[in-house]
Design a binder for this molecule. Structure first.
Ligand code: PRP
Length: 181
């Protein structure tokens, strides 16, 4: 395994690069099949999800466009309100939108984002998440495309960060307990 500076905080690799790549290819194929002939728009919420989006969009064998938004998030159990800090560049009315997330935890962030997007009248709106920490869910959400169900542990890599770092690890790993306490 290639060593990355700072990866000494890792406890164990949960999902290898190869396992992720295989699942991403399946998800991309499913999205392409379900949206053939539609005005497909992949939308993601910055920042960590861009890693997954970059691989996913190249696994979707049908025309599509990309757009990005950013929100202040509930992640980490802060309990504050979610708000948009960067909005989409283009309108989504009439488009077939797939919202791409790296991880869904409580579901509060996604619930808020979906309510905003739904009000803009897309032709369809579905969710694709690589990781689903479903044991933590507070708000029940429909998830059409799910990569992996993951345990309630602090995860890094493939977009997930520890204080902003380690997003560039090509795998998903758990972190040593003393590093996240
Ligand atoms: C993550 C993830 C979701 C959110 C999920 O983002 O990308 O947006 O947390 O958490 P929830 O289901 O409890 O609302 P994060 O806030 O870590 O931002 P980042 O992608 O910029 O690291």
């Amino acid at each position: 395994m290639t060593r990355y500076a700072g990866d000494d905080v890792i406890e164990r690799v949960l999902l290898t690069q190869e396992v992720i790549a295989e699942r991403v290819a399946e998800l991309g194929h499913a999205i392409a099949t379900d949206h053939a002939g539609h005005d497909l728009r992949l939308i993601t919420v910055l920042r960590g999800s861009v890693i997954f989006l970059a691989d996913l969009c190249r696994a979707v064998e049908t025309p599509l466009t990309l757009d990005f938004m950013a929100v202040s998030s509930f992640a980490g159990g802060g309990g504050g309100s979610v708000r948009i800090t960067k909005d989409l560049d283009d309108p989504i009315e009439g488009a077939s939108v797939v919202l791409v997330e790296d991880i869904i935890d409580t579901g509060l962030t996604l619930n808020y984002v979906l309510s905003i997007l739904r009000a803009r009248k897309p032709a369809s709106l579905s969710v694709c998440t690589l990781l689903d920490k479903d044991v933590r869910r507070i708000v029940d959400l429909p998830i059409e495309y799910r990569g992996f169900s993951v345990p309630d542990q602090f995860l890094v890599g493939y977009g997930l960060d520890l204080a902003g770092r380690l997003r560039n690890l090509p795998y998903v790993a758990t972190v040593r307990e003393d590093e996240v306490a």
